[in-house]
Design a protein around this ligand. Sequence first.
Ligand code: FE2
Length: 471
Amino acid sequence: LFLCSIVNAPGHLVDGAPHHLRARFLSAKKSPGYAWHYVDHHMAHAASAFFASPFQKAAILTLDGRGEKSTTGYYFGEGLCMDKIADVQMPHSFGLLYEAVTTYLGFLHSSDEYKVMALASYGNPAFIDYFDKLISVHPDGTYTIGDPRLEETFGPPRERGGPIEKRHLDIASSLQKALEQKVLQLARWLHNKIPVDDLCIAGGVGLNCVLNARLRDHGPFKRIWVQPAAGDSGTALGAALWVDIQSRHQGPGLATQPHDYRMDHAYLGPSYSDEEIYDFLCYAKQDFAELASVEEDVADLLTQDKVVGWFQGRMEFGPRALGARSIIASPLNASMQARLNEIKDREDFRPVAPVVLEEEANHWFLNAGVSPFMLFVHDVQSSKAGLIPAVRHVDGTARIQTIRQDQNPKYYGVIKEFQKRTGVPVLVNTSFNTRGKPIVCTPRDAVECFHSSPIDALVIGSFLLHKREKA
Ligand SMILES: [Fe+2]
């Protein structure tokens, strides 16, 4: 029944909203120009990647759990045009295989896949032959995946919260390596079909920053742009961009016209003025101070090894905190990673990621260039590794964010001030939330998270809330 409903979705929308949404959209129906548009799931992912990218012409790869019947899609985008080349359908899905292993390893599927990716760095790919045989890539660019039978092959699954054994690490490592190798094969097929320089990626598997780095370093494309909201949240953006282009542009010559949107940053969410924040802090009877210079005062706190809740401007769209709703800290001491994991009540093996001034990125991370969305890992430059131990993962990499002044002046400014004090243009940046909770959005969320966790200080707009040290 479920499969029927998604397959028939385009037909259902022809004469109006699905029944469970009719009441909600009743008033919208009275507005002129109201119309339902059906955008295929992978088409929406592909549009979110290409029409937000800096590229005029690109191959597009969508890698997903599933959307309708498809799990993987190949597209070609040029100007305002985008065409589907091929797809792979259920039940063969890299996303679903990764989910199955995530469940087997005692984590939450469709949510904790990044934990499996992090665990992979601690293991050896001892079982790569198993996954290699399980996944067959065919000459037409499709692939098939056999029944994983994980328990039969690897024994009982890990219980949630149970000990992590060496075999768990090795299974994660083998899966990750196999995924990288197989997706490299898909990328080579796509490049043969569409021999262009640039590749766009979306779909939940696109959040695998180790895979993205492998494609960058060993794949056939010169440049790769990954939609920062590569998971299903990004389909909202992609569907809107696709419908907008279709409704505003028709006729010949579309391939030569540039798309007018380029996603230079992800600060597309709600924001709160200083006045609104002040009113809330007074209402909530908070003890706070107004800062003369947020950047300088916060840099001072960071150099004292304080962990700071950082709430500034418009919230990020997508799963990554990128300096609008972040917890920031000094990377100078190795112990900061464990401290942050404790503050956020996260597993010990979870790395924390660095943000670095864009102009300094290459000095600190190998071939870093521009990477504003934390979607690629880079090796830490060996000469600098000892200076920023907190952000160096066990395999010597870091999932970096680069930042320019025009993208987020206050965030840039605080890193610059930290550099003036320490010589290091890098901070730890992790999402402003605790385990199992969404990233904070409103001032109320931020204050609640601040008071229910051992974060030392909260900087919200121009205001500072500080916890007193216990005597
Ligand atoms: Fe999806």
